[in-house]
Design a protein around this ligand. Structure first.
Ligand code: NAD
Ligand code: ZN
Length: 394
């Protein structure tokens, strides 16, 4: 029997005002100097204030860095690490979406290290924790507050690359819905579909195991049941807080299992065409599941049993179809733009996409169906075709 391992942050808090638990960590670990990492969007939304006040009251010295770019590249990370320099820090606190959290995790292994992010892209295994980290997600999506991954754009290759190392798992995470209260609908939509991808892909992955199945299935249940409501009714904080938990579960599932072809094929859409991560996944999600279906019918049906137990009398094939149709319905109801032309992607880019997407072996190897080049071409063509009502592939 294979050996499975569950890896989670050392401390995880959830619930209203759970951010106050930060004080316990500061006291018990005698934290004196905090590096606070966030971005301009978070600063503008005013969510950082309670954290600043808490740090002040706790008598902690804090230095704030606001310069994280959305969908960061490795160059952005290098710049931030050099800006931070030898600013004293015994804890990193990050408040933000996946972009901020990933950068903070990278800083936690790069600050004062003898290796660079360039070295980590080549040899991720050398990463060692340099500074502890506490992450507070402000989008209900990426699950980065749980994962051992940090994803950066590599512009010279037109692709995104996930750096994977257990040292990237944060030391603490706080899931407090107050931080997602004012999350704009557009960002909620992209991030929450990303979280759903994490759960569904991990559940249908070659690496799926008893631990990841539990988190992926429960995460999927929370997200399928709350995502439409959270989007349609921004005042429903309960729905948002369920998404926050579901996305954390998705992150735990990633660390134990792994995402598959949706994420693999979305990397060039993000890396070369700067399509936000969640949007790129949303564009591909249904199409990839359809091509994968012959090899994952049982897994999709089992997921249906957890998410929609009332459909128990349907056949296995019908249950799998319910899940794929539901995915398509969510992407449509959340108004996610699936017009690739709007992002500057054209038919002439097909060869690049197929080449770059086929190269993401780390994730394609997790895909139950061994996708052929023809199938990868078919998937990209079908999303290119969506913009013209399916004319090009007829
Ligand atoms: N490490 C992982 O396991 C993992 C998993 C999935 C995605 N990612 C990465 O995460 C990034 C995407 O993260 P994301 O989807 O969370 O978006 P994001 O962090 O890029 O944020 C998108 C925008 O929303 C704003 N924003 C975030 N929270 C807000 C709030 N509460 N109120 C107002 N504005 C807010 C930000 O300022 C930013 O402008 C990508 O780089 C992706 O590759 C990482
Ligand atoms: Zn993702």
């Amino acid at each position: 029997m294979a050996i499975n391992q569950l890896k989670v942050p050392g401390k995880v808090f959830s619930g209203n005002d759970s951010y106050l638990k930060m004080k316990d960590i500061i006291e018990s670990e005698e934290v004196k100097n905090v590096l606070l990492i966030t971005d301009k969007g978070i600063e503008g939304a005013g969510i950082i204030q309670p954290v600043l006040e808490l740090l002040r009251e706790a008598g902690v010295n804090s230095e704030i860095f606001y310069h994280v770019q959305a969908e960061p590249t490795h160059n952005d990370v290098t710049q931030l690490v050099s800006e931070i320099g030898d600013t004293p820090a015994d804890y990193i606190v990050a408040v933000g979406g996946g972009s901020v959290l990933d950068v903070a995790k990278l800083v936690s292994v790069l600050k004062g290290a003898t290796y660079s992010i360039g070295n980590l892209l080549e040899t991720p295994g050398i990463a060692k924790k340099q500074v502890k980290s506490l992450l507070i997600p402000t989008t209900c999506g990426t699950g980065s507050e749980a994962t051992c991954n940090a994803i950066v754009g590599v512009p010279e290759k037109g692709i995104k690359i996930g750096i994977v190392n257990d040292a990237l798992i944060p030391d603490a995470a706080i899931l407090d819905a107050v931080f997602v209260k004012n999350l704009p609908q557009k960002h909620l939509a992209a991030a929450a579909v990303d979280a759903l991808c994490h759960c569904v892909e991990c559940y249908t992955s070659n690496k799926a195991n008893a631990f990841s199945d539990m988190f992926a299935a429960e995460g999927a249940k929370l997200i399928f049941h709350n995502i439409r409501e959270a989007y349609a009714n921004p005042a429903n904080l309960e729905a948002r807080s369920q998404l926050l938990i579901g996305s954390f579960y998705g992150g735990v599932a990633i660390t134990s299992s792994g995402t598959t072809a949706v994420h693999a094929l979305s990397y060039p859409l993000g890396g070369e065409f700067h399509i936000p991560h969640g949007v790129a996944n949303a564009i591909l999600f249904e199409k990839v599941m359809r091509v994968n279906k012959p090899d994952i019918t049982n897994e999709l049906a089992a997921l249906c049993d957890t998410v929609y137990p009332e459909k128990a009398t349907l056949s296995i094939n019908e249950k799998a179809e319910v899940m794929i149709e539901d995915i398509a319905d969510i992407v449509q109801k959340l108004d996610i733009p699936t017009d690739l032309a709007g992002f500057g992607v054209e038919l002439k880019d097909l060869d690049f996409l197929v080449e770059a997407g086929s190269g993401v072996r780390r994730l394609l190897d997790n895909n139950k169906r061994a996708l052929t080049k023809e199938e990868i071409t078919e998937i990209y063509l079908s999303v290119l075709n969506d913009q013209t009502g399916g004319e090009k592939n007829e």
